[in-house]
Every structure is written in structure tokens, then in C-alpha cells.
Design a protein around this ligand. Structure first.
Ligand code: CTP
Ligand code: MG
Length: 378
């Protein structure tokens, strides 16, 4: 049994009012069609994909599907129904199931594709996802007689992807000349039953400019920065030279430690690892890793930045506070910030404070550094 997905993307988007065809309007920086294709990168139960686009947009559509296999791009028609039929005509021979999806429902999550195909595989000829109607419904133009008369609990809003047995749908289209607003209605007109599955609120159709704003804010919250705070403490050891914030501090008591004791860099690395959900310093460079003994802390940082890249993350900014009686950070703050920013590849700010003579920092026994790292997805 093979499954195809048809994405209809040939509409003009007159209600959106954009000069570009709707499916090519950017949604948070990527064309709407590309957003819709995102679901099919995560959901891989399809064998072929047909993109139905406006004339002249075949090459851009093909480019958006780069890296996906078995993609066919065809030109759509006057109405959505015409576009669907163009898509059906382009299905590879022998396709058993087809899921027909609106590019305009660009944020529909993969789980709904799953539910639709599961129902088809269980024998349904037609499957529609739907969500509850939240507003009270009335018959406009006859408000007085219908108040409270429409029971919304019995109603649902229909979404896509809608799933069909290919043969049943093709035959249904062939035996009607009527214009329907969705494909399930065409199937029903041929006497087939249609099964409902749970849709998803994210599958709303981007129709008006406000819908575009809603989609963009949903994507924005997905891309929210990753933030973590981490601290590091080292004991002073006057027999060692001081390395701190990537600088040498001649004449200042040094810090003891498994590596060069640079508590500022250690706190930064720990905060970055934690923000990325990749563990901590001990996980990657613990005492059990003798190859890092006495290492310049820059080695830890470089290794961590490499890991971040592998996970599709990048440092946006870092802020560090040093808590200690010495050294005095103020006179060398700019130098330290410039050095750290270059090492991290993002702006690093540095501040310092004392603890009024209290605790281990106040007694001059050790130094504490607290770092906050902010990451973003690449
Ligand atoms: N569609 C299509 N071919 C058409 C009309 C619509 O492929 N002739 C597609 C749209 O690209 C969209 C889906 O059908 O993905 C749902 O249509 P709709 O949201 O109405 O989009 P548009 O028709 O583009 O918008 P409008 O009605 O505001 O012009
Ligand atoms: Mg339309």
C-alpha cells in the first residue's frame, strides 16, 4: 500500500491581500509552503508528494522541496477543487491512499497526518480531521429566531489533511460536476461514509492578515531563547599564576583546579551546556578525563561551541559576574569583555562585586563566578 500527499498551494490569497500568491508569502521568514512542508520532514509515512502551485511558481516550489524524494510539481486550476484534481491526475500509478492538505494550514502538526492515515489503513474511505467550534453560532439575517437554536456541541470545524482511498475519490470527482468546498463533500456525494478524527488548533487556515500574525507568534514562541545560569568556585592558591576571564593577571594569587582554574570560563561553559541541555562540565571534562588536566579552559569552550553547532544551536549572549576580593576587575573589564566575546563568538559582559567581607569570598579564600548564557537555534 502506498501513500501520497497532495499539497494544494495554487490559490492567490485574495483575503490576505499580499502581492505574492499566498503559499509563497513568508511566515516568520520562510514561505508558507515551506512551513507546510515542515510537517512532511518530521512525518515520513508518505511515498510521494504532489505540490499544486500557481503557474510560474513551479521552480520555486521544487526548490522548497529540495532534499525530499518523489516530489511532483503541477500547476493548479481556477478553484481549489480544480487544483485538487490536477494533483490527483499527477499521482503515481498504484497509489492507494492520498492525504490532501492546504498549504494555508501551514502549522498543522504531524500527529494529525498520523491519525488520518491510521484511519485509512483501518479501512475508512474518507477521513476528515475536525476541531470543536468555540463560538456561539447564529443564522445571520435571522438573529431573533435562531438565538440559542444552534447547538455547537454537535458541530465541528473541518481541517486538512483529509484522507481518501484514491480510487474512491477519483471516481467521486469523475461522477460530479458540482463545486464543493472540500474533498470529503465530493466523496459523500458519491455515497461514501466519511470518518472524523481529532484535528489540531494549530491547523487553522491562514486566511486574513491576523491569521498570519497568529502563525508568526506561534513560531516565535517555538524559537524562544534557551537560557541557563551556572556558577563556578575555585580556591586561591598563591603558588599559581592567575588565569581569569581568558587573561593573565601578573602579581595576583592564582586559582587552584583540575585545569587552569579560570572560573569565569568554567561558569560560561557550564551555563552554555546547561542551556543546551547537554549536561555540565563534569559530564564532558570531569576529573575522569585526564587529557583535560591542566588544560587551558579555552579548550573546554571550543569543544562546547563545537557541540552546540552539532545540535543546531548558537550563543546569543553571555553575562558573567565575578564575586571576589581580588583581582579588581574594573580596570581590565573592557579588555576581558573583548577577549571573552572573541572566544565565545557572541557578546560577553562582565561585572564584579565583593561580599562585604562575608563568607569564603569575603575572607579571600576563593573566587566565585556566575554566568548566564542565552542560546538560540541556528
Ligand atoms: N487553492 C488552490 N487552488 C485554488 C484555490 C485555492 O490550490 N484555485 C489552495 C490554496 O492555495 C490554499 C487552499 O487551497 O492552500 C485553501 O484555500 P484558501 O485558504 O481559500 O486560499 P486562497 O484561495 O489562496 O485564498 P483566498 O480565498 O483568500 O483568495
Ligand atoms: Mg480561496
Amino acid at each position: 500500500m502506498t501513500t501520497a500527499v497532495i499539497i494544494v498551494a495554487a490559490g492567490s490569497g485574495s483575503r490576505l491581500g499580499s502581492p505574492l500568491p499566498k503559499a509563497f508569502v513568508p511566515v516568520a521568514g520562510a514561505p508558507m509552503l515551506q512551513r507546510a512542508l515542515g510537517a512532511l520532514t518530521d512525518w515520513t509515512r508518505w511515498d510521494s508528494l504532489v505540490l499544486v502551485v500557481p503557474e510560474g511558481y513551479e521552480a520555486p516550489a521544487q526548490a522548497l522541496a529540495t532534499g525530499m524524494e518523489s516530489v511532483h510539481v503541477v500547476v493548479g486550476g481556477e478553484t481549489r477543487g480544480d487544483s485538487v484534481q490536477q494533483g490527483l491526475a499527477a499521482l503515481p500509478e498504484g497509489t492507494s491512499y492520498v492525504l490532501i492538505h492546504d498549504a494555508a494550514r501551514a502549522l498543522m502538526p504531524p500527529e494529525v497526518f498520523d491519525r488520518v492515515l491510521d484511519a485509512l489503513e483501518s479501512g475508512a474511505k474518507g477521513v476528515i480531521p475536525h476541531v470543536p467550534v468555540v463560538d456561539t453560532l447564529v443564522t445571520v439575517g435571522d438573529l431573533s429566531s435562531t438565538q440559542g437554536g444552534v447547538n455547537r456541541d454537535e458541530l465541528g470545524s473541518v481541517q486538512t489533511p483529509q484522507g481518501f482511498g484514491v480510487e474512491a475519490l477519483v471516481n467521486a470527482y469523475a461522477s460530479t460536476t458540482q463545486e464543493f468546498t472540500d474533498d470529503a463533500a465530493v466523496l459523500r456525494s458519491a455515497g461514501h461514509e466519511v470518518l472524523g478524527v481529532e484535528g489540531h488548533p494549530r491547523g487553522f487556515k491562514i486566511t486574513y492578515p491576523d491569521d498570519l500574525l497568529r502563525a508568526e507568534s506561534l513560531l516565535g514562541s517555538n524559537g524562544a531563547p534557551l537560557v541557563a545560569v551556572a556558577m563556578d568556585v575555585h580556591q586561591f592558591d598563591s603558588g599559581e599564576p592567575l588565569r581569569l576571564a581568558g587573561l593573565d593577571w601578573p602579581g595576583e594569587p592564582g586559582l587552584s583546579g583540575h585545569s587552569d582554574g579560570d572560573a569565569v570560563l568554567h561558569a560560561i561553559v557550564d551555563a552554555i551546556l546547561n542551556a543546551a541541555g547537554l549536561g555540565d562540565l563534569g559530564t564532558h571534562f570531569g576529573s575522569a578525563r585526564p587529557e583535560f588536566a591542566g588544560a587551558n579552559s579555552q579548550v573546554f569552550l571550543d569543544h562546547t561551541l563545537g557541540l552546540l553547532k552539532d545540535y543546531g544551536l548558537q550563543v546569543s549572549s553571555v553575562a558573567v559576574q565575578v564575586v571576589a576580593e581580588s583581582p579588581k576587575i574594573g580596570p581590565r573589564r573592557e579588555e576581558a569583555e573583548t577577549t571573552l566575546s572573541a572566544l565565545v563568538g557572541a557578546p560577553v559582559s562582565l561585572s564584579a562585586t565583593t561580599t562585604d567581607g562575608l563568607g569564603f569570598t569575603g575572607r579571600g579564600e576563593g573566587l566565585l563566578a556566575i554566568a548566564t548564557a542565552v542560546l538560540r537555534r541556528l
